[in-house]
Structures are given as structure tokens and as C-alpha cells.
Design a protein around this ligand. Structure first.
Ligand code: PEP
Length: 249
């Protein structure tokens, strides 16, 4: 039994008043009887504030990115150990905005995955194809290549302490969502690839779907066999829309 997870990627959106209001709204709508977890992924400068507001609550916290390096002369970078120090237990690696806007390739993403685990964080490995790749019939090959790069560097056993997020690039922030069938096919392929290395890990790993998830499409997506929750961008910025998705899980 895999517990559903609803994770909110705030991207580069926050201010102290907004954080206080959003976290208070999330906490007010948490339901102890619901078998779903909630995570927030704030921008780095707000991690300590979010940690102070959530540390004695069930709300989980993660970073949006980390350096592949441990420490040193890497101006502007944030190490996994720093995220852990600020209260994170998770971190995104390979979000499509990092891949496309910051030129992060499969090898760097895999190095970040390894660095995250070395700092005691659980990486959430984001994978997904562009529209061009989907239209060329390459979806599964692209996603499989992105996953394999991490298996090659980290080993299959590392996925016992990691999550995967399937986020078709064409669905992120566009209002266009993969249909439940389209998403389920890719989720099953990801699980199958991991299960080929270890049946136990393939069966246990949580695979989130991300890409314009809203309350009105979440129920159908989350009902799919291999979809274990969502990575939510735009709709995670108000407690009302985020927690409506949580209730759908
Ligand atoms: C994301 O940024 O991971 C994401 C899924 O964004 P959105 O929900 O806005 O498409």
C-alpha cells in the first residue's frame, strides 16, 4: 500500500505574509482521518520560516533543487546538507525548468540525486517528455533514458529512498493535462523499469504525476493504479486550491 502524497512546488513565488497565510490555510484543512501526505517545496530563503511553522505538524518540507557539490566556492548554490539543516527531508531533482532553463542534463541530475541522498534527503526525481518528443512517439524512450541515467549512477537500491515525478513538459503550467490513460501508461512503464531491477523497489516506489493538476482533474488521475499523488505547481499557491487536490487524493 503506497500512501498518496500531494506536494506543492511553489517555484519562485513567496513572501513572508504569503507563506504565513498559505501554511496556516494548509494546516487548518489537514484531516487526520485522510490517508494522504502533504508536502511543501518553498524557495530556499523561506525554508526556515516554513520549518518553524510546520515542524510539529504532519506537513513535510522539501527543497526545489540542490547543488551536486557538498560545499565550497559555488556562489549561489545550495548544498543538500544546508537543506537538511533548514528542516528539509526531500528535494526535487531534475525538474523540467531546471533541465530546460538551466541546461541540466541527465548526468548532472543523477549527480544531484546522489548528493541529495548523501545529505540524508529523499530525492524526488522529475522526468518527462517535451511535446515534440511525445509527437515523435518517443515518450517512453525519453523517460526511460532519464531514469536509467540515475540507476546507472546511484544503483537501483537507491530508489528505496526516493520518489519519482512524471511531469510531461507540455503539461507544466500550460493548463493542458495528460489524460489519466496517458499518464497511467507512462507511470506503469516507469514502475516496470524499476521493477526490472528490483521487484520490491518497483512495487514500493511512489510515482507522482505533475502537470496542471487541479481539483477537477485530480480525482481521475489519482484513481489510476500507478499514480501515487501529485506534484502541484500553480494550484499549490493557495490553500483553497491545494487542499481541494489533497481532498481528491
Ligand atoms: C510543476 O511545476 O512541477 C508543475 C506541475 O506545475 P503546474 O502544476 O503549474 O503545471
Amino acid at each position: 500500500m503506497r500512501t498518496k502524497l500531494i506536494a506543492g512546488n511553489w517555484k519562485m513565488n513567496a513572501s513572508k505574509p504569503m507563506v504565513r497565510e498559505l501554511v496556516a490555510g494548509i494546516l487548518a484543512q489537514l484531516d487526520a482521518d485522510r490517508d494522504a501526505e502533504v508536502m511543501v517545496l518553498p524557495p530556499s530563503p523561506y525554508l526556515s520560516l516554513v520549518h518553524s511553522l510546520t515542524e510539529s505538524t504532519p506537513v513535510l518540507m522539501g527543497g526545489q533543487d540542490l547543488s551536486a557539490h557538498e560545499s565550497g566556492a559555488y556562489t549561489g548554490e545550495v548544498a543538500g546538507s544546508m537543506l537538511a539543516d533548514c528542516g528539509c527531508s526531500y528535494v526535487l531533482v531534475g525538474h523540467s525548468e531546471r533541465r530546460s532553463l538551466h541546461g541540466e542534463g541527465d548526468e548532472l541530475v543523477a549527480a544531484k540525486f546522489v548528493a541529495a541522498q548523501a545529505s540524508g534527503l529523499q530525492p524526488i526525481l522529475c522526468v518527462g517528455e517535451t511535446l515534440e518528443e511525445r509527437e515523435a512517439g518517443q515518450t517512453e524512450a525519453v523517460v526511460s533514458r532519464q531514469i536509467q541515467a540515475v540507476i546507472d549512477q546511484a544503483g537501483i537500491a537507491a530508489f528505496a529512498r526516493a520518489l519519482v515525478a512524471y511531469e510531461p513538459v507540455w503539461a507544466i503550467g500550460t493548463g493542458q493535462t495528460a489524460t489519466p490513460d496517458q499518464a497511467q501508461v507512462v507511470h506503469a512503464a516507469i514502475r516496470g523499469q524499476l521493477a526490472a531491477g528490483s521487484a520490491t523497489i518497483g512495487g514500493r516506489v511512489r510515482i507522482l504525476y505533475g502537470g496542471s493538476v487541479k481539483a477537477d482533474n485530480a480525482t481521475e488521475l489519482f484513481a489510476c493504479e500507478d499514480i501515487d499523488g501529485g506534484l502541484i505547481g500553480g494550484a499549490s499557491l493557495t490553500a483553497e486550491s491545494f487542499m481541494a487536490i489533497y481532498r481528491a487524493a
